[in-house]
Design a protein around this ligand. Structure first.
Ligand code: NI
Length: 225
């Protein structure tokens, strides 16, 4: 499922994050990829060990925790601490796949079910820089307002188009979901959205209760802990 999650950061959070990132020291983005990725990746990142990365990552995780749409769509089990990148001067990231298993800071591992990119630059401030996601329906070009995120299956091939003017700053991270299968997760997301709508429009309470029970029983059936 490819989903646009708007307004994860408000104006003030965005402004503070951008000010800190604009003054930051960046390093070669190839620090965090294998040899295949290194051949096609041309961007810069906050160093993994940088205190700023940790601080901004924690602020972003707190914002995600308070976002009901993000939660309903991803059903997060664990989230890799966010990283931050910057593309400019023709920087790009050619077609690639993301690693399937990643190391968490506590020594545990994360299975990457869902890839997330949160845009931190306004689309009019740069040319190019679209995230192109390839799935069974073809290619999708994604370029969102600052503060908005796209979530998509981590199994997808994807790339970032060259940035030919300005700078594209973004955060990126991966989620291991309680529900591993993208199709099952999507059914739960759609059922949840229908229940919310029935509640908001004052539908029959007993029927809503039964559907809510069905949602939780499916989640109980599919959730891995
Ligand atoms: Ni990627």
């Amino acid at each position: 499922m490819l989903l646009h999650v708007p307004d994860i950061l408000d104006r003030e959070q965005l402004h503070r994050m951008r000010a800190a990132l604009d003054a930051a020291e960046w390093t070669d983005g190839r620090e965090t990829v294998g040899t295949q990725g290194a051949q096609v990746k041309r961007n810069r990142q906050l160093p993994d060990a940088s205190p700023l990365r940790r601080q901004l990552g924690e602020a972003l995780l707190a914002a995600l925790a308070g976002n009901p749409l993000f939660h309903a769509a991803t059903l997060p089990r664990r989230i890799l601490p966010p990283r931050f990148n910057r593309y400019e001067g023709g920087g790009e990231y050619g077609m690639h796949v993301d690693g399937s298993v990643m190391a968490l800071p506590d020594g545990e591992q994360l299975r990457s079910d869902i890839s997330c990119t949160l845009f931190l630059s306004e689309p009019e401030d740069y040319d190019g820089g679209e995230l192109i996601i390839s799935d069974t329906y073809g290619e999708h070009a994604v370029k969102l307002p600052a503060g908005d995120a796209i979530i998509y299956p981590a199994s997808s091939l994807h790339r970032v188009q060259p940035v030919t003017r300005g700078a594209r700053v973004a955060a990126f991270f991966w989620v291991q979901s309680l529900v591993r299968d993208d199709g099952c997760r999507r059914l739960l997301f759609e059922l949840d959205a229908s229940i919310q709508r029935l509640v908001a429009t004052g539908a029959d309470r007993a029927a809503v209760l039964q559907l809510t029970g069905t949602y939780h029983n499916l989640l109980r059936r599919w959730a891995e802990s």
